[in-house]
Design a protein around this ligand. Structure first.
Ligand SMILES: [Zn+2]
Length: 251
């Protein structure tokens, strides 16, 4: 599917190839990978910029929304002059200008089970990244990745707090295992949010995706990392699967 990396492209990755374990073969794995970025907001901006720069061969971006002025404090893919334009369109243009050697595909879709299953199948997605901002869509995505047995990196932010975990179906807890009380009822509302925390969590999500694809380092499995930016406290909690989880227990 993806072509070999030429000398011109390799120059982009020169500095990361100095990282221990980061060989040309690893770079080639990144080039062959397809990553689905669900949500092109604050988290999706950082994740997609990081992954485009790192040389992930194909990025599939899903978001149904257009750019609003109030997105600009954290959605760093976009400029003031982009307000009113579809996010996926502007995002793909920006990512291709950052790295013309990768593919960026934008899909103006609403997240539902059918649409996500289809995207995962059609594009042969290797890793899903949850860059969403509401629990309903997250749980839909969670259900689909468990069914398709695709790893997913979950990230979430609220105010000065953020969290991240990696879901590997059959091996680690899924979102439903951890958040049974949140599957119903939470109303959509504007979440308080600021750029720096989004950038930290988005950066960590991109890092975990690169680790899963490359095999370099150890992803955050069976652990939940929470950061409280107000006092800059970082905690990592051990987590376990719920044996009665309605989503992953039977998988
Ligand atoms: Zn579960």
């Amino acid at each position: 599917m993806a072509s070999l990396i030429n000398v011109e492209e390799l120059e982009i990755y020169k500095r990361q190839l100095l990282i221990k374990g980061f060989t040309i073969e690893v770079q080639q794995k990144l080039k062959k990978a397809t990553v689905l970025i669900a949500g092109v907001g604050g988290l999706g901006s950082i994740v997609s910029l990081c992954l485009a720069g790192a040389g992930i061969g194909r990025l599939v971006l899903v978001d149904h929304d257009v750019i609003n002025v109030s997105d600009l404090n954290r959605q760093f893919l976009f400029s003031y002059s982009d307000v009113g334009k579809p996010k996926v369109e502007v995002a793909c243009r920006r990512l291709k200008s950052l790295n013309p050697f990768i593919k960026a595909i934008g899909l103006k879709l609403t997240i539902d089970e059918r649409s996500m299953e289809r995207v995962i199948d059609d594009f042969k997605v290797d890793v899903v990244i949850d860059c969403l901002d509401n629990i309903e869509s997250r749980m839909i995505l969670n259900k689909v990745v468990v069914k398709k047995e695709i790893p997913m990196v979950h990230g979430g932010v609220r105010g000065l707090k953020g969290e991240i975990m990696v879901i590997v179906p059959r091996k680690t807890p899924c979102l439903q295992c951890l958040l049974p009380q949140l599957t119903k009822g939470e109303k959509r509302r504007e979440i308080p949010v600021i750029g720096p925390i989004v950038t930290i969590i988005g950066g960590l999500e991109a890092l975990e995706a690169i680790k899963i694809i490359s095999g370099v380092g150890s992803p955050l499995l069976n652990k939940l990392l929470r950061i409280d930016g107000r006092v800059l406290n970082v905690k990592v909690y051990g987590i376990a699967r719920n044996p009665n989880c309605p989503v992953c227990a039977s998988v």
